[in-house]
Every structure is written in C-alpha cells, then in structure tokens.
Ligand binder design. Sequence first.
Ligand code: PMP
Length: 439
Amino acid sequence: MTGTTLDDYTDRYARRVRGMTASEIRALFAVASRPEVVSLAGGAPYIAALPLDAVGEMLGRLAADHGHTTLQYGIGQGTLELRERICEVMSLSGIDVGCGASPEDVVVTVGGQQALDLVARLFLDPGDVVFAEGPTYVGALGVLQAAQAQVVHVPMDAEGLIPEALEAAIADAARAGRRVKFLYTIPTYQNPTGVTLTEERRERVLDICERAGLLVVEDDPYGQLGFAGDAPAPLRARRRDGVFYLSTFSKTFAPGLRVGWILAPHAVRDKLVIASEAQILCPSAYAQAAVTTYLSTMPWREQLKVYREVYRERRDAMLDALGDLMPEGTTWTEPDGGLFVWATLPDGLDSKAMMPRAIAARVAYVPGTGFYANGSGAGNIRLNFSFPPPERIREGVRRLAGVMEQEIAMRRVFGPVAGQAAGRRRGQAAADVPGPDLA
Ligand code: PMP
C-alpha cells in the first residue's frame, strides 16, 4: 500500500466513517492555542489548582513501590478498590446503597467518553433514534454519529429539557414508526449551556421516559461542580431501573488520567464489561491506582471546594464582562455550576462565519453549530470560563464584543455577510469531530 493517497481509501471506508470529517473550524483551533489568543473555546479544567507536587510524588511512588500491579494488566470491569471509591463519590450526590448503587454494577471506563461509546455500542443499530437535548455535548454527537444513530434534539429552556417537547418528540417518532432507544441527557450544569434541569422537571422527564419505555443515559461530569449549594439529585438517585449513570474524574480531578465510569442496571453490567474488553481489554491499572490513591489518601473533598471556588470566581468574571461589554441583543445563560456559558448572538450574526474574524482579533469560542446534529446553532456560541484567569476572560469578552460590533456595523452597511448561511446546511454540524478544544 505504499504510495497510496488519501483518496485511495475512500471506497474502502465503512459506512459509519462517511460522515466523519473534521469540521472546518478545527483548523482555526490550531491557531486558537497560540498564547496571544484568549481561548474561551476549550473545556479544560484548571489543573494548576491541584497540589501538583503531592500528586507527582504519589504517581512516582505508585510506579516505584507498586509497579508490579500498577504497570500490569488488570480486569475489564476495573479494580474493586476504585469501584468502591466511586460509590463513595456518587453517594455525595445521593446515589447510594439506598437506591441500589453498588461496586458490582460499576464499570470503570477510559473517561466519560468511552462510557458513552459503550452505551452506544450496546444499544444502537444504524438508524435508531436517540433523543438528546438541543444543544448537546459535541463528543456525544461524535459517538452517536459513529453508531449511525439519528439524533433528534429536544429543545431546552432556562429550566432544562422541556418535558412537553420530549412528549411531542416521542409521539412524532411513534407516528413515523421509528425506534427510539434512549434519551441522552446532561441534566446538571449542562455542556454546552450550563443549564440545570429543575427538580420538578426531573420527575416529569423520568415519568415520561418510563411510560414510553425509553432508557435514560444520564451524563453527569459536572454535578459536583456547583457554585450555589447542591444541585438537584441526579436522575439515577431517583430511579434505579432504566437509568445509566455516566461520570468521570476528568473535571473533578484530572482529565489526563482518563478515568470515568458507568453505573449500569445490574442486568446489563456483564454485557458492558464484555464490550469494554473488546475495545480496550482493561482500563489503565496505573491511572486507576492513581485515582484510588488520590481518593483514599488526599483531601479530594477539599479539592472539589477549591475547583468550585476558582470556577465560581471565573463564572462571575465572565457574567460581569458579558453584562458590561456585549452588544445589545445578546443574551446568555447564568450557570450555577460547570464550565460553560451559552450565549445567543444578536439577530443575524452567524457564529461560524464570525469565527475567522474572532481569531484575527485574538479570541476563540466554539460556534453553536458544533452542538447540534442538524446544523442549528449558528446564532449561538459556547464560552468556557474554567481555564482562563478572570482578567483574560474579561479581555477575551472585550475582543469578542469588538468583533460582534464590527459584524453588526458591516451588516448595517452591506447586509448579510457572504457565506453566513453556510453553517446552517443540514447534517453539517454532526461532522464536528470532538477534539481537545471541543471537550
Ligand atoms: N460528557 C460530557 C457532557 C462532557 O462534557 C465530557 C468532556 N468534556 C465528557 C462526557 C467526556 O469526558 P472525559 O474527558 O472523561 O472523557
């Protein structure tokens, strides 16, 4: 096969690979990582808030003193010690023995991303419908697209997923004779909107899914990163049947270790382990030992408070800057936790078309189109506040506001700018393959 070009592979690709093209904004993200650019685009936690010396020492000892196990293969489900610790972490959110959570039913994964992929592998045939919030996590769209599922977005408002819209989507699918396998939802401090599903709606959404025989895949990487007290209890704390609970240590400890998990209904736990073994044999023994030791010997509850405090301050910096600087007609969410604000641009502005001009002005964001499978979202942007310090956040918002003012002025003079409708073509956004900047 030496000397072949990329094109020579085209007719060999599996069908599921066809829609897998990198989005055009990917190239811009390479530029966005330059130091002169304020990136409000990523989803990276502020790792400098960790006690890195102590973590480093712990990692060194794990290899030097325990290398015969930590550098060895492990079992597919993940170590019992870590699964026990995971149950302790979940109990902070109200998922405990009382609602049937047990280490037996936890499967350790390579980050939350593998957890999503496993659930998709287990349940999705090509053409199956999956409901997801509109907008939703770009990495979930990548997984669902690879599984050749059809994503139907269910609209949200400031209180999260709209139950009536979910009912309508179920009725539409039934009328069309489509098989819906599950609802994928991020009910708490959602990525990308920062919105939290209210207490009352949690019960309604669960009731609706139960009645319709829909499984619920609850993705909860941010639930313990609340700024104003505890979030409403997860869906899994309310129902033990039919709810898959997915989470990760990526946001509460360190994404570089790539450790996440699924708490699965007991009946499917074995299938998940078999599917995971086929993918990865076993999760990294070293990374699992690192997380287990972190949770058993280091002040991880205190660290959660540190993260919350840093992010609360940065959220405030972002909301203040948006309030002071954004052009009239811009609106945004006010998250009580998590890492992101979702902004709606003044009428007529197109977030994807504006991106090159924003990069030229040395600020980056993620255009809203990345978070929809159907090309919606051109009027929105996702802004991250966890990584840049407060003064950089303000500077980034100032630059962004300048770009938006210019766009508005240009539109006044010339009308809609050429190429603006490009991002609205159906199906295009599903190709926004997740990368580190889109986490
Ligand atoms: N789910 C959601 C909602 C996320 O935001 C992310 C990461 N940004 C993930 C899953 C994946 O997490 P991990 O880095 O642990 O794979």
